[in-house]
Design a protein around this ligand. Structure first.
Ligand SMILES: [Zn+2]
Length: 189
């Protein structure tokens, strides 16, 4: 029997493959945990920005009601005031930037800003240009959409819409997509 030797340890082909699969799953789990942490940080960031916005509007209202107070601000406060104002303007502008109209297969909308004069973000606009014409396949951007892709192929086969040879090739594409999906990033960050 042939062995594969790594760091002085011998593995059979099956053991080696199991080890590789385990490593793949582990890195996938790590990647997902990273994504979840990122999403959590984004939610927290949005909450803080919301608080800042509300506090600042309250502050503005207060200044309107107490116009004399602004005159007593020290220079340092005036600088802070200006910084906050600029920041708020930028945040409002970013918030108002139209978002991509693509709806993911899990029902959530794409949060990326849309391109000027287009309905979608850069990634989804590009996807629209390469999508197959014969079948309504979603962009293979996450595990959900690959799952839907699999179901489309199964349905195509059963309904006689797809030749088995073509279905086989599509399954191979989906397999490649599923091993790539942990490393793809369509959100542009
Ligand atoms: Zn998009």
């Amino acid at each position: 029997m042939s062995y594969i030797t790594i760091d002085g340890v011998h593995y059979t082909k099956e053991e080696y493959e199991a080890r590789e699969e385990e490593k793949r799953l582990e890195s996938l789990a790590q990647y997902r945990a990273g994504l979840e942490a990122k999403a959590q940080a984004e939610r927290e960031g949005q909450r803080v920005v919301g608080d800042l916005g509300r506090a600042y509007s309250a502050y503005e209202d207060f200044l309107k009601e107490n116009p004399g107070l602004a005159l007593h601000l020290k220079d340092e406060d005036a600088v802070h005031h200006k910084v906050c104002e600029d920041l708020l303007k930028k945040l409002k502008k970013a918030d108002l930037a139209p978002r991509c109209g693509y709806i993911k297969v899990n029902g959530s909308t794409c949060a990326s800003p849309r391109m000027k004069g287009k309905e979608m973000c850069y990634a989804h606009d590009r996807w629209a240009g390469v999508r197959p014409q014969k079948m309504d396949l979603p962009p293979m951007e996450d595990a959900n959409s690959i799952q839907v892709g699999l179901m489309q192929v199964a349905r195509g086969l059963l309904d006689g819409q797809l030749e088995p040879r073509i279905a086989g090739l599509m399954l191979r594409c989906l397999k490649i997509a599923s091993s790539n999906v942990a490393y793809t990033n369509f959100e542009g960050d």
